[in-house]
Design a protein around this ligand. Structure first.
Ligand SMILES: [Zn+2]
Length: 323
């Protein structure tokens, strides 16, 4: 919409800032939200202009390409290799905790207080704070909410306790995020090996004293071999998976009314929340049918749910449960 406006009146667009344009449109969005909405709509219009198909259709086709999957299209650079640094979970957790402590020592609290005073305090007073959107949802701010709003208004002991609570929450969420990143590598690359998926070379970074021999040297050897078209000494990481597994097989789930492609995805679907929910519902309906003669076998909100989830393909829940 914004982009159409820009095109239809270039004169206005040239002189008006994004903010005043949005004021004109009176969308009632914050500048961060409006910028994000602006970027999204511009990209969607650009895709339509270049390809003649909708942005969602474009993404759908991209994911269906060779080497693409539910987590994205094929790689931008076809001849790639990936170096994956990984450490023992306990070592990594310890490092992440230390990183938070280092951030605190480097002045994180002053930065948070300053940000809170300038951008957050007023919103809280107006009761319009929303930690689900924009910059406010980023890791490292919302965890200190209680501490920031009560600082100076409660006893030093309480304040100190709230600070400790915030620090602990920040450490937890940082560690959770690191696990999520590792899961992403496993899901995107390791669980779906194929022609469009680059080799992943694991480098062990648990012991930093052995950095040169266990990280730097093997990394250089891998990259050099790769550039020269040789096979590196190291073997790429492989996830154990069944050879008999068929990635293109299609399965129809009558219960959910969905077609699921691939054995692995099918196995994940059977365990997914959405499927189990449908199963529960079906059981409930079946038991109702015993008591109500001539009852309808389809619940009224079933179609609505399917619409919301998208009927074909894989959803987030399936992915999560395949981790
Ligand atoms: Zn199902």
């Amino acid at each position: 919409m914004v982009s159409l406006l820009l095109k239809s009146c270039p004169q206005t667009a040239a002189s008006a800032s994004l903010e005043s344009l949005l004021e004109m449109l009176n969308l009632g969005l914050t500048s961060y939200e409006s910028e994000s909405a602006f970027n999204k709509s511009t990209r969607s219009l650009q895709v339509f202009e270049e390809t003649g198909i909708s942005h969602s259709e474009f993404l759908h086709r991209q994911h269906a390409e060779e080497g693409g999957g539910p987590l994205g299209g094929p790689l931008k650079y076809p001849n790639s290799c990936i170096l994956w640094l990984h450490a023992d979970q306990s070592v990594l957790d310890e490092r992440l905790d230390k990183r938070v402590d280092d951030m605190l020592a480097a002045g994180l609290l002053d930065e948070l207080r300053d940000f809170h005073r300038r951008y957050n305090q007023k919103k809280i007073e107006e009761n319009s704070q929303d930690y689900q959107h924009g910059i406010f949802q980023s890791i490292g701010f919302k965890e200190f909410h209680e501490y920031l709003i009560t600082e100076g208004k409660c006893t030093p002991e309480t304040s100190n306790q709230l600070l400790k609570k915030g620090i602990e929450a920040l450490k937890q969420v940082t560690k959770r995020y690191a696990r999520k990143q590792n899961r992403w590598v496993k899901n995107r690359f390791l669980s779906r090996p194929g022609p469009g998926v680059p080799p992943i070379y694991g480098l062990e970074v648990s012991d930093t004293l052995k950095w040169e021999e266990s990280v730097l040297e093997p990394a250089l050897e891998i990259v050099q071999s790769f550039i020269q078209g040789r096979k590196p000494d190291a073997a790429p990481v492989k996830m154990p998976y069944s050879n008999t597994e068929n990635k293109r097989s299609s399965h129809m789930c009558d219960l959910c009314g969905r077609i699921i492609i691939g054995d692995r995805e099918w196995a994940a679907h059977m365990k997914s929340k959405s499927h189990l929910h449908q199963m529960k519902k079906r059981r409930r309906l079946d038991s109702d049918a015993f008591t109500t003669i001539g009852s309808q076998s389809i619940s009224p909100d079933r179609d609505k749910e399917l619409e919301e989830k998208g009927s074909v393909g894989q959803n987030d829940e399936d992915l999560k449960s395949s981790v």
